[in-house]
Design a binder for this molecule. Sequence first.
Ligand code: GTP
Ligand code: MG
Length: 249
Amino acid sequence: MNETNNFMTMFQNAMMRDFKSMMDDNAAPYKKLMAYYQCAIYEIETKFRVLNEEFSLAHDRNPIENIKTRLKSMDSIAEKMQRKGIAISAENIERELNDVAGVRVICTFIEDIYHLADCLLAQDDITLIERKDYIENPKPSGYRSLHLIVEVPIYLENEKRPMRVEVQLRTISMNFWASLEHQLRYKKSIPENEREAIASELRACADENAELDRRMQVVRKQIESFQQEDDNSSELMKLFGIKPKANLL
Ligand code: GTP
Ligand code: MG
């Protein structure tokens, strides 16, 4: 067992040396690659901002609450490549990892998630690489989100370069849940029995969240159906030239 541990430590150290020497010898290609991923993030983020703007004009509400973006850290890239047993080079990172560039879109309602995903995927410069629907099929932990791996071109001085981006679409409540569960995952000091109790409580919270998301969407539809009547009546009022009463508030 000790020998295995020693071997693992030696192996990990060798991988880290591999990574450090790649960084020393090859900082330029690595920096360039990271800059390309950052540009791909800009492209995807802008596409969602445009969709949000257009939707808010048409429907008088914002489907997107918030957009968060992140570039995977050097340490996380090294750790993941090491876990996959792949030598670290700029080419291998680009070929093997789908989540160096990440865009998280926090939506108000579940329907907004699917609508935004469909709109993004319908754009002719977007290629879908992978789609994982953890809303239809939640993870055993209770995790829910819609994940898309997409390829988007970035336009450089002399070339058009397709880059992969991981897009996670979630509701506010899914995001709230995932942030808390993430803390459990990374708190190593929690004893095993406590961890299981917390995980079980989180699974129960995930079920309640799913129910809450569903009910909130039903309420929104009810409210919107009245909104429709309001709009119709104002059309009628306009038609007959009737001025609406002044709002006294
Ligand atoms: P990774 O190697 O972690 O990237 O997994 P994967 O390539 O199989 O992708 P997957 O779609 O399962 O998950 C990718 C990302 O989704 C993770 O990096 C997290 O941000 C998020 N995620 C997936 N499962 C969970 C979960 O159970 N809890 C939380 N909090 N986040 C999760
Ligand atoms: Mg990941």
